[in-house]
Design a protein around this ligand. Structure first.
Ligand SMILES: Nc1ncnc2c1ncn2[C@@H]1O[C@H](COP(=O)(O)OP(=O)(O)OP(=O)(O)O)[C@@H](O)[C@H]1O
Ligand SMILES: [Mg+2]
Length: 340
């Protein structure tokens, strides 16, 4: 960290009331953090020693593609966490302070030994449908508690954030690489953009979920947006499909997590007919699936061309011939991989 940014950090922490003037602290950069500085701050002078997590939005994401997003997304994340804590208690870290001007906030630090990232657990074979079910329950509670509410719609009117960091890089950038699916991908982006039903997390990926003894902890809600809740379920299901290529030996277990996510979520849908949202998820999922290969944020573990071709084959088929049921997509992917 430069001297300037260290100075800014000290100011911000003092403004939040987390640091006494002149107090010393240690800074450790946490892994991940494509779009933000994410730090563990330790105050050795406190008894017992105090550690917390500090997150500050960067103006430009650290990825190759040009993918800018306003730093106010940091405030959207904090606001989302406040709502999540109220509707699904214990599903997010406790907020300790916020500096809206700096685009930064502090939250409780959840030590990795007791709170592993779900993505690492999935990679290492610690694959439990209970975790998937609990993620579904938490996100469904947040969707149900905010559904058809003008107050939340106003508070999270974040189209200007959601569009550049979700719809454009995943669906529209992919359309540019697949001319025959382009009209369908653009239609999906438009339908998603104009469906205003509930508070969406926007980045419900296993890398943004910690697993604790008390259930999953959801992180990284910078894309929080009042819009189509189908996006969250489709986004998370997409990861369960993709993981089958990362660790092929555990395909059945990833697909069991897919089923647990889908069934637990759909059981809790009370703001619209479950079949209606299931159909939107089933329409969106092939777009997001293809987006992870040919969009602006490709899954880093998909390096083999034959794996990418498998995703393209299934995704393109269901973009051009949409289905309404999530089980149809799961079965199609399973069949594609059985022949592998
Ligand atoms: N409260 C916390 N306690 C402990 N670790 C945390 C906490 N918040 C985040 N982390 C760690 O930091 C990583 C990055 O956090 P987060 O996803 O919020 O940042 P980001 O910059 O938006 O990341 P990315 O763009 O890579 O998804 C998490 O995967 C997790 O390992
Ligand atoms: Mg993250």
């Amino acid at each position: 960290m430069t001297q300037d940014s260290q100075h800014d950090l000290t100011d911000t922490l003092e403004r939040m009331g987390l640091l006494h003037p002149g107090e010393t602290y240690r800074v450790e950069t946490l892994p991940g953090g494509v779009s933000s500085d994410i730090l563990c701050i330790t105050l050795p002078g406190r008894s017992p020693t105090l550690s917390f997590c500090f997150k500050r939005a960067l103006a430009k994401l650290k990825v190759a593609a040009d993918w800018r997003a306003p730093v106010e997304r940091n405030h959207a994340e904090v606001e989302w966490m406040r709502v999540a804590e109220a509707l699904a208690p214990g599903s997010v870290p406790r907020i300790l302070g916020e500096d809206v001007q700096a685009g930064a906030f502090a939250m409780e630090y959840l030590a990795p030994a007791a709170h592993p990232v779900w993505k690492s657990e999935l990679r290492d074979g610690n694959i439990h449908t209970e975790t998937a079910a609990a993620v579904a329950n938490a996100i469904a509670a947040i969707h149900a508690g905010t559904a058809r509410r003008a107050d939340f719609a106003k508070r999270f009117a974040n189209d200007h954030i959601f569009y550049p960091i979700r719809l454009e890089p995943y669906l529209l950038a992919t359309a540019a690489r697949h001319p025959d699916c382009a009209a369908r991908l653009r239609e999906l982006a438009e339908t998603t953009a104009r469906t205003k039903l509930a508070l969406v997390h926007g980045d419900l990926s296993p890398k943004n979920i910690l697993v604790s003894a008390h259930g999953p902890i959801l992180l990284d809600a910078e894309c929080a947006w009042y819009g189509d809740p189908a996006f969250d379920l489709a986004f998370c299901l997409n990861h369960m499909l993709l993981k089958c290529l990362w660790r092929p030996q555990w395909r059945e277990r990833y697909l069991a997590c897919y089923d647990a996510l889908a069934s637990n979520y759909l059981e809790r849908v009370n703001w619209e007919p479950p079949a209606a949202i299931e159909a939107r998820v089933a329409h969106l999922l092939p777009g997001l699936f293809l987006g992870r290969v040919d969009g602006k944020s490709p899954a880093e573990y998909l390096s083999e061309e034959k794996d990418k071709e498998r995703v393209r084959r299934v995704a393109r088929n269901y973009l051009l011939r949409p289905v309404e049921r999530l089980a149809t997509l799961r079965d199609a992917w399973n069949t594609e991989l059985e022949g592998a």
